[in-house]
Design a protein around this ligand. Structure first.
Ligand SMILES: NC(=O)C1=CN([C@@H]2O[C@H](COP(=O)(O)OP(=O)(O)OC[C@H]3O[C@@H](n4cnc5c(N)ncnc54)[C@H](O)[C@@H]3O)[C@@H](O)[C@H]2O)C=CC1
Ligand SMILES: CC(=O)C(=O)O
Ligand SMILES: [Mg+2]
Length: 377
């Protein structure tokens, strides 16, 4: 199969979907890799490293997009919709619930779109996890920076110093992002609270962190109280595929002290704060509302591309290899995890919560692609 790797064009997106060693694995399995010139530059990989691995260079984005299977990092940007066509298999982050135009373009053109973030194994999301680890860890380091006075914050050091109070951090959502944020916040010596809806998750977090972390059941009262008294609040909730619930009310943000900071990591699914009404970018990452600094960058790992590209491709490569070697139908028949990743196929929306949020009829992927074999879980 021919596998295309376009250069990412989202603001400050420096990751690339394939490392030279990933290209070598695909070529060794008998495939052709067509990578756009300079696609790896932001992650520190030269074109020569890719050609040495057996890949061919594509002079234009259109050439990389002409492949049978296109692997990417971020959701296609509007200028890329022109490359969509029937028969194309697209494997990337999609986050379709807050992206009606992208969803319509994929569906209308008959693309088979497999979303990294909904590939699912035993209720875990193996292709989201590595980037959630990165973003969770970054969320605290970014929050700490914007709490500094020159960056618009109230001038608080999260760990405090002897004789002076520590900063308060509240993390809403105790999954992968939340746990990784907690690790860094606890490590810095902050006063950390984590809020989740799942009592088993709260128990696990209590076992991991003990008395260094306050766990709280998610409800409107706990959220309002914890947020109002926090210096840094991190949004880390996910309902897979669906638009994020707005859990933090505008009045609660108004009650925060000026110079406090919100980092809404869940912005890629629409965000959990009522006051987060726009996606920000690495080149203009914050805005101030009700005196509170808001950070809502939807591709946070793009700022640490060297770490993130290795972490992402460690996870995606086995699936890309399986798709390329078996072809779409056999790969989806053999691997229920991959089947759960299919969001759009055969001109239909094949992921239930995406269909619901965007008001489409949901068509099971088995029906949309007339798959045989066992139904997906
Ligand atoms: N902005 C960015 O650059 C990035 C964003 N993300 C996003 O971060 C979000 C979180 O991802 P993960 O941690 O991997 O998800 P996860 O599935 O590991 O964790 C989500 C947690 O939210 C909890 N939750 C669900 N409803 C809740 C509620 N009402 N109140 C409190 N907790 C609730 C769940 O119980 C679960 O523990 C996702 O939207 C993901 O796409 C991930 C990586 C990068
Ligand atoms: C998960 C995601 O949105 C990202 O890594 O950019
Ligand atoms: Mg988007």
């Amino acid at each position: 199969m021919i596998i295309g790797v376009p250069k990412e064009i989202k603001n400050n997106e420096n990751r690339v979907a394939l490392t030279p060693s990933g290209a070598y694995s695909l070529v060794s399995a008998g495939h052709q890799v067509l990578i756009e010139k300079n696609a790896g530059a932001g992650s520190g990989f030269t074109d020569a490293e890719y050609t040495a691995a057996g890949a061919r260079l594509a002079g234009q984005a259109a050439d990389a997009w002409s492949a049978d299977l296109v692997i990417k990092v971020k959701e296609p940007q509007p200028s890329e919709y022109a490359y969509f066509r029937k028969g194309l298999i697209l494997f990337t982050y999609l986050h379709l619930a807050p992206e009606p135009e992208l969803t319509a373009a994929l569906r209308d053109k008959g693309v088979t779109a497999i979303a990294y973030e909904t590939v699912e194994v035993n209720k875990t999301l193996p292709l989201l996890t590595p980037m959630s680890e990165v973003a969770g860890r970054m969320a605290v380091q970014i929050g700490a920076q914007f709490l500094e006075k020159p960056y618009g914050g109230k001038g608080i050091l999260l760990g405090g110093v002897p004789g002076v109070k520590r900063g308060k951090v509240t993390i809403i959502g105790g999954g992968v992002v939340g746990t990784n944020a907690a690790k860094i916040a606890v490590g810095l010596g902050a006063d950390v609270t984590i809020i989740d809806l799942n009592p088993d998750r709260l128990r696990q977090l209590d076992d991991i962190f003990g008395a260094r972390l306050q766990t709280l059941m998610s409800n409107p009262q706990h959220i309002a109280e914890a947020v109002e008294e926090s210096d840094l609040v991190i949004g880390a909730v996910l309902i897979p595929g669906a638009k994020a619930p707005k859990l933090v009310r505008e009045n609660t943000v108004k009650a925060m002290r000026p110079g406090s900071v919100i980092v809404d990591v869940a912005i890629d699914q629409g965000g959990i704060f009522e006051t987060v009404d726009r996606i920000t970018t690495h080149s203009d990452p914050t805005y101030v509302k009700h005196g509170v600094v808001h950070y809502a960058v939807a591709n946070m790992p793009g700022a640490v591309p060297r770490t993130s590209t290795f972490a992402l491709t460690n996870a995606t490569l086995p699936y890309a290899l399986e798709l390329a070697s078996k072809g779409l139908y056999a790969a989806l028949n053999d691997r229920p995890a991959l089947r759960r990743g299919v969001n759009v196929a055969g001109g239909a929306i094949t992921y239930d919560s995406v269909a619901k949020d965007l008001h489409y009829d949901y068509v099971p992927v088995e029906q949309a692609l007339e798959l045989s074999g066992s139904p997906s879980r």
